[in-house]
Design a protein around this ligand. Structure first.
Ligand code: AHR
Length: 633
């Protein structure tokens, strides 16, 4: 018998408890949620024509040169100069390959835009979308009508006649003379909230469906960089997109299966858009900032303490950007981007997976400056990736001495670790610093390419998460990692949501995260087996909570064994209960996965369950996760 006592609230569950962690890894931003379809739109990749090919009819004259304007435009220095000699359509043109192809949808509107300048108004652009056999599946013509020394924007929209998974964009030139081109862009018409230059609606919808409590961004290791020149600098990611300084992505790595020489950050998804996304999906924004240290798995480059001030200033300015009055320097930038109201930032992270006394020293300097100016901003501090190691113990001790608001623990471990650690927080201090499980995922297999989001992985996470929920007084936030992966360009697996150019699906892990988030509750109440927390006895794991707003009791039970089990649930501390409850069950073979063809192969199934005399007979299938909701009358 599992005994629940609804009259004994143990801890308040923070609204932020279950959140998401976004990093531009696995083509998560460019080539992922940022809906731009043109790769290397401003010719700023290391190889300026990466992603582009030149098409030329034999013996046709004409020239294409990449010009670097250097000091005149340090943020976006390169552009393409095209010289035409009485060119007609088909003589000279460009093809862009997209991010591993372009996903084109039948009937969809496509918005093409370009920056240009030309001494005389002579140029016409013939724009085509093609399939992999070069067949045209959508086209239009754009006349560039302005002349002179300054840059102008031209735009045109057109529709596609077919669905193509790996399409291309052609631009054929017509005219005579020179024309300079930059920021060649193509977006689908169905972006999230129909924002021009916005995000992929299907991917955002999957996030919105989770109702996450927070969104941690922009990383991860990209916050730190291979070295400090490669660190994430939020100030380079706001303002007009043509002025956002592109950078190589830290996940531009060489690896079998994972080669990504074309992985850059255009910052079309920058800090303004992250805050906007958080607001759209009702999540608290949680930006992470570089603490003056590069990735310690790479260069371990350090900023000397005497040079740390600009890094700290970035943190102070970020609070002003998010929350400041429209007349403040950074509040004005936010307002200029279309959001005069504050974003109401409440917390930020200093460092990601940084460690050692060097981290503690730097963190202290950040903490002193931020708390002095913004005492209500909560700071998230890193304790690294080795939850059972000395480095972790040292940091935990030091961070607690500093009275850190939150200590960010990361764990990428085997399923067994997650099962064994369901009691991890039972004996943590109940006062002082709280815990943020900022990155975690169950890794079934370490072999690159075979580490998949199986039901085993998700089930073990569900068991572990019951332990997080039982200890909601210690753990205030948790997020799975990484969030997104493009099947044609990933560097890390497993991941919560997989996408291609046309589709996106949530893994079994996604379904588990969603179930916890949608069934969060407000107060933890005890659920016990022989007076002990249910954390592994008979391979059962359980947690219970009250949802005060819905006036419901929520019980989560994982059966991690290969046997069906029957348990009596005794519901104490309640006056009256409805005659039946709602049961959501996930159950499958341990190797089962979701896929583009079968996106909800492993997903919750809803049924009802009878309640009699404050008792429920709960039958749990082998390898199952059940969420039960009971109305308190
Ligand atoms: O989530 C992938 C990476 O794992 C993150 O960038 C980093 O923080 C961790 O090591």
């Amino acid at each position: 018998t599992l005994v629940v006592n609804a009259a004994q609230p143990k801890a308040t569950i923070d609204k932020t408890m279950w959140g998401i962690f976004f990093e531009d890894i696995n083509f998560g931003a460019d080539g992922g949620i940022y809906a731009e379809m043109v790769k290397n739109r401003s010719f700023e990749f290391f190889k300026p024509m990466m992603g582009w090919t030149v098409n030329r009819k034999k013996f046709v004259e004409g020239e294409l040169l990449v010009i670097n304007s250097g000091e005149q435009n340090t943020r976006n220095p390169r552009f393409l100069r095209v010289t035409l000699n009485h060119a007609v359509k088909g003589d000279l043109g460009l093809t862009n390959e997209g991010f591993r192809g372009m996903g084109i949808k039948k009937g969809m509107r496509y918005d093409f835009s370009i920056l240009y300048r030309q001494p005389e108004a002579h140029t016409k652009l013939h724009i085509e979308l093609t399939d992999s056999t070069k067949r045209v599946v959508g086209d239009t013509v754009l006349s560039l009508t302005e002349a002179g020394d300054s840059w102008h924007k031209a735009a045109v929209s057109f529709h596609a006649s077919e669905t193509v998974a790996k399409g291309r964009l052609n631009i054929w030139f017509e005219g005579n003379g020179t024309v300079d081109l930059d920021m060649i862009s193509l977006f689908p018409g169905d972006t999230w909230k129909n924002r021009p230059g916005g995000l992929r609606a299907d991917m955002v919808q999957l996030l919105a469906d989770m109702k996450p409590g927070f969104i941690r961004f922009p990383g991860g290791c990209i916050v730190e960089g291979f070295d400090l020149t490669n660190r994430y600098r939020w100030k380079n990611t706001v303002g007009p997109i043509e002025e956002r300084q592109l950078m190589i992505n830290r996940w531009n790595i060489e690896f079998p299966y994972r080669n990504a020489p074309d992985y850059f950050q255009t910052f079309g998804l920058g800090f303004f858009e992250y805050f906007q996304l958080a607001e759209d999906i009702g999540a608290e924004p949680l930006p992470i900032l570089n603490c003056g240290m590069a990735c310690q798995f790479n260069s371990a480059e350090l900023v000397p303490m005497k040079d740390l001030d600009p890094f700290i200033q970035d943190a102070l300015d970020l609070v002003e950007f998010a929350n400041g009055d429209v007349n403040s320097k950074w509040g004005k930038v936010r307002a200029g981007m279309g959001h005069p109201a504050p974003f109401n930032l409440k917390m930020m992270g200093i460092g990601n997976e940084n460690w050692g006394p060097q981290y503690v020293e730097r963190l202290q300097a950040f903490q002193a400056a931020i708390k002095a100016k913004y005492p209500n901003i909560k700071l998230i501090c890193s304790s690294g990736t080795d939850p059972n190691g000395d480095r972790f113990d040292y940091l935990n001790g030091e961070l607690r001495k500093l009275n850190a608001d939150f200590i960010d623990e990361h764990y990428y471990r085997k399923p067994e670790w997650f099962l064994q650690n369901a009691r991890r927080y039972d004996n943590y201090p109940r006062t002082g610093s709280r815990v943020f499980g900022g990155e975690y995922a169950s890794h079934v297999d370490k072999t690159v390419g075979s580490n998949r989001n199986t039901w085993l992985a998700a089930l073990s996470e569900a068991a572990f998460m019951t332990g997080l929920e039982r200890n909601a007084d210690v753990v205030g936030m948790a997020s799975y990692a990484p969030l997104f992966a493009n099947v044609d360009g990933w560097q890390w697996a497993p991941d919560l949501i997989w996408v291609n150019n046309l589709q996106a699906y949530g893994t079994p892990d996604y379904q588990v995260q969603k179930l916890f988030s949608l069934n969060k509750g407000s107060q933890v109440v005890p659920i016990t087996l022989n007076n002990d927390a249910v954390a592994g006895q008979d391979s059962l794991y359980a947690s219970a909570c009250i949802d005060a707003a819905a006036h419901e009791l929520i019980i989560k039970v994982v059966n991690a064994s290969d046997k069906a089990q029957t348990n009596n649930l005794q519901l104490d501390g309640v006056k009256k209960l409805a005659a039946q409850g709602k049961l959501l069950t996930m159950q499958s073979d341990l190797t089962a996965v979701n896929s583009f063809d079968s996106p909800t192969n492993v997903a919750p199934v809803e049924s009802t369950i009878a309640i009699k005399n404050k008792k429920i007979t709960l039958n749990t299938a082998p390898y199952s996760f059940s969420v039960l909701r009971v109305k308190l009358e």
